[in-house]
Write a protein that binds this ligand. Sequence first.
Ligand code: GLN
Length: 491
Amino acid sequence: MLEAFQSSVKNIAKHVNDGSQKVDDVAEFYMKRVQTLGKKLNSHLFFDEKIIESEVERVKNLLKTQKNLPLAGVPVSLKDNLCTKGMPTTCGSKILENYIPPYDAEVVRRLKDAGALIFGKLNMDEFAMGSSNENSAYGPVKNPWDLSRVPGGSSGGSAAVVAADLAPCSLGSDTGGSIRQPAALCGVVGLKPTYGRVSRYGLVAYGSSLDQVGPFTRSVADSALLLQVLAGWDRRDSTSRNDAEIKSFDALNGQRKLKIGYVKEFDSDQLNPEIKAAMSQALEVYKSQGCEIVELSLPNIGYSIPTYYVVATAEASANLARFDGVRYGHRSTHHTTLNELYEASRSEGFGKEVKQRIMLGTFALSSGYYDAYYGSALRTREMIRQDFAKAFAKVDVIASPTSPTTAFKIGEKSNDPMSMYLSDIYTIATNLAGIPGISIPCGFDKAGLPMGLQLMSAAWNDQTLLDCALMYEEKTRGNGGWNEQNKPNLS
Ligand code: GLN
């Protein structure tokens, strides 16, 4: 019997594989939860019973010929910037309102092969630009721990559904923190793998040199299992890498005596004191397990936000040029010439934040300013990368808060872009450096809102990251995000 908050990805797959759990029952159970709670959270942009039924049939057929599928019968919900054949993919934007891709993203193909049920498409900030989900053209997602608060962004729907158990896991994308920050604000585990670990084919591009797909789960073990399924070379993404040498990410070891770095520059006035205290406690947990804590400096880390907002917007301005009203999505009727068609379609289709970013990026790339803005940003990016390389010569993992605050009120920061951009102050540098990062739950503040601990490691050391995360989770079970006593109450 399935019960809310009791099932892990691993367990569902195990019981479906050994025949003790029927795929139909798993689908039915989660379908009911989406139908009763999805509206409250505004988490889903697309959910169709008929499609879920055909997913169930597909998986049942697969199970006839294949044994031990890693995600047998596991519902996985997807951020709506992952292309799904035959299902709308809007990116949270009006401009793609009626877009149905003719193909699956590589990660979707991998999930399907692993026996997963593709379980609806999730709300997000428009084109993944935002930290609160308030930039969605379809209204904000609500945080399951407090419906008057944001779930974080841009993968807010992906974090919220896992926190509220409308699915045991989901996928999101992370360009500057969009997996880790919402994971922290919703009290779940969010992993951004090393850049190149997971194929971006079929992920609608935002900042192509920064984007990476990753899982949301309620445990580290489930995160590792999902990564195992998602990771690997894909000929259609030239930045993806062959992981053949890695047998299994989910053979975890939570006992390693790792060296853990603490970055002194991260200690700022912006950091909520309760999160700061939780951080120090987390470091004590590691110390008590025999890990060594080392104070480090990342001298150029202060340039992360300005560097990111030049690189990401420059890439976005190029990537979003394809939405012109001719090939995809919304086409304006208010035009007489081709140029007017482009202009009117884009003006009507894109939201305010997206337009702002396109303008910023186009300016940064414009002739005469290119070197001053884009060129400098590339140089500072390299300096940040080198800071991390030096740090990882001394330590295995760097620990930091994931977000400087817990979930804020809907509307609280929407007119203050600078304060919104600062939500990613701890997460953005990993994308610039291409290294992996994970956010794991590390308790609750006095208001009962979840807090997140971020761990980062050198590129391609995702395994070390997961081992380190597991150690903390094993030692603090019951104090982290979801547990039997403490779970969001949505009834
Ligand atoms: N909040 C950041 C932005 O708006 C990061 C978003 C993301 O990671 N997709 O760009």
